[in-house]
Design a binder for this molecule. Sequence first.
Ligand code: CTP
Ligand code: MG
Length: 232
Amino acid sequence: DKCVAIIPAAGQGKRMNASVNKQFLSLQGMPVIVHTLRVFDECAAVDEIILVAAAGEEHLYRKLITEYEIRKLTGIVTGGRERQDSVYNGVLSIRGDCEIVIIHDGARPLITQDLILKTIAAAQETGAAVVCVPVKDTIKVVGENQRVKKTLDRQLLWQAQTPQAFRYGIFIEAIESARADRFMGTDDTSLVERLGGDVKVVLGSYENLKITTPEDLILAEAIMARRNKQCG
Ligand code: CTP
Ligand code: MG
């Protein structure tokens, strides 16, 4: 039974404020999305990759896949309005027997094979797994007129990243149920959580940042430069 990676890359990147989709921006001379795809392509536990692209951008990804020889890519599907819609289109396009589906943001190019392997193993064990890191800052709930309502206990708070992985049947049930109830989650495991499913946390890395605002690109560039130096 195979493991399929779904890479949602169909957002608009509004917070990045760039003239192109942030997944096409260059990091160490290579587009962000190519970094992301390469790590999955080179991971022995991943059998297939499905990329979710914004309508009209499919051909741009197709060119990159050819140019950078991403071997495991089996499909480019068109995304939807919200990230959850894009993920839905991606999982629905899976063909044949699938044991594990692993979902990873196209905009997280600093993912490592080690984290992919740990997330898949955790999903095989409990059915669902999410990579998280402890929050660094104190988090406050703020109400109207910029007034603090309360301060949350930082000991209990973790930031969810991707990858998030699932046994296939568990995820299909969760995302179909969310659609039926018009529930929109901001991450993938929340769909399983709302059905009472067991979700395991995999300790992630602060380096696995999501390219969201311009300073993230500067940080990612620095982390990659250091990694290249260590390898080279
Ligand atoms: N994504 C997607 N389909 C959407 C929205 C987001 O596939 N309708 C993808 C993005 O391309 C990104 C990942 O989900 O790789 C995480 O989303 P986010 O960082 O919010 O990216 P954007 O939605 O593109 O950025 P913004 O919210 O700033 O517009
Ligand atoms: Mg978004």
